[in-house]
Write a protein that binds this ligand. Structure first.
Ligand SMILES: NC(=O)c1ccc[n+]([C@@H]2O[C@H](COP(=O)([O-])OP(=O)(O)OC[C@H]3O[C@@H](n4cnc5c(N)ncnc54)[C@H](OP(=O)(O)O)[C@@H]3O)[C@@H](O)[C@H]2O)c1
Length: 231
C-alpha cells in the first residue's frame, strides 16, 4: 500500500487530497494543527486505505522532527501542503512585520524542515515523490499586479527551495515537484475560485502519478494543468 504524508489535511486542498488518496486505497498520514478538531478529516471513508492523524504546527520549527518520530515507514508521497496568506502583508505601507515572518515560517521554512526530517523515509519508498504546494503568486515573472508581499515572497522562497532540493536529492532518486493548484474555491481561494477542490486535486494527483520514476519532471514549477510556469 502506498503511503502519503500530507500537511494541512483538515480542510481545503489537503482534506481533498486525503479523501482522494484514501479512495485510491492509499495509507494517508494526515498532519494537522489540532487533530481533535479535525472532524471532517476523521470522518473520511477509509475503504481499502488507512488513515492516521498527527499533530503538526508548521510555524514551529521543531514540529517536523517530532512528526517524523510519530510517522514511521517509507513515505511514497511527502506533500507539504499547509500554507498561510496573511491579510496584513498584502499592501505596501504596512506589509513588513510579524505576520510576514509567520508566512515565511509556514510557507517556506516548514516545507524544507519537513523534507529534512523525512528524506530517508521518502528515499526508502517505492515512488519517492515530494510535492510542494506553491502558488503562481510566487512567480516573479508572472507578477503583473503587485502587492501580496508576504505571500508572494514566501512562495518565491519555497520555489527556490524546491529547485535546490531537486538538485540535492537527485542522486537518491527523489523527484521534487513545485505545484500551483490553480485558483481553487477554498477558505484561502474564496468563492470566486475557478476550480473546485475535486478538480484541482485530481489534476495534481495525475501530475504526481506522472512524476513517479520520471526524473525529468523534478525541479519544475507546474500549473495543475500540467503546463510549466515561469519562476
Ligand atoms: N486555494 C487556492 O486558490 C490556492 C492557490 C495557490 C496555492 N494555494 C496553496 O494551497 C495550499 C492549501 O491551501 P487551501 O486553499 O486549501 O487553503 P485553506 O483552506 O486556507 O487551508 C490551509 C491549510 O493550511 C493549514 N495551516 C495553516 N497554517 C498552519 C500551521 N501553522 N500548521 C499546520 N497547518 C497549517 C490550515 O490548517 P488550520 O485549519 O489549522 O488553519 C489548513 O489545513 C496552501 O499552501 C496555499 O498557499 C492555494
Amino acid at each position: 500500500m502506498h503511503h502519503a504524508l500530507i500537511t494541512g489535511a483538515n480542510r481545503g486542498l489537503g482534506l481533498e487530497h486525503a479523501r482522494q488518496l484514501l479512495e485510491r486505497g492509499w495509507h494517508v498520514s494526515a498532519a494537522v494543527r489540532s487533530p481533535g478538531d479535525a472532524a471532517e478529516l476523521a470522518a473520511l471513508p477509509v475503504g481499502d486505505g488507512k488513515l492516521d492523524l498527527h499533530a503538526y504546527d508548521a510555524a514551529d520549527p521543531d514540529s517536523a522532527a517530532a512528526l517524523a518520530k510519530a510517522v514511521t515507514g517509507p513515505v511514497d508521497l511527502l506533500f507539504a501542503n499547509a500554507g498561510k496568506m496573511a491579510p496584513e502583508t498584502r499592501q505596501f505601507g504596512s506589509a513588513a512585520g510579524a505576520a510576514m515572518l509567520e508566512e515565511f515560517k509556514v510557507n517556506s521554512i516548514a516545507p524544507l524542515a519537513l523534507v529534512e526530517a523525512f528524506v530517508d523515509q521518502v528515499a526508502a519508498s517505492e515512488m519517492k515523490v515530494i510535492a510542494l504546494q506553491s502558488s503562481r503568486m510566487g512567480s516573479i515573472r508572472d507578477n503583473g499586479s503587485g502587492g501580496g508581499y508576504g505571500y508572494r515572497a514566501s512562495k518565491a522562497a519555497l520555489n527556490a527551495i524546491g529547485k535546490s532540493l531537486s538538485i540535492d536529492l537527485k542522486d537518491r532518486g527523489i523527484v521534487v515537484l513545485t505545484l500551483h493548484p490553480g485558483w481553487v474555491k477554498t477558505d484561502m481561494g474564496g468563492p470566486n475560485g475557478q476550480l473546485t477542490v475535486q478538480e484541482s486535486v485530481s489534476g495534481q494527483l495525475d501530475l504526481i502519478a506522472r512524476a513517479y520514476g520520471n526524473p525529468v519532471m523534478s525541479g519544475r514549477f507546474y500549473h495543475v494543468s500540467g503546463q510549466d510556469l515561469p519562476w
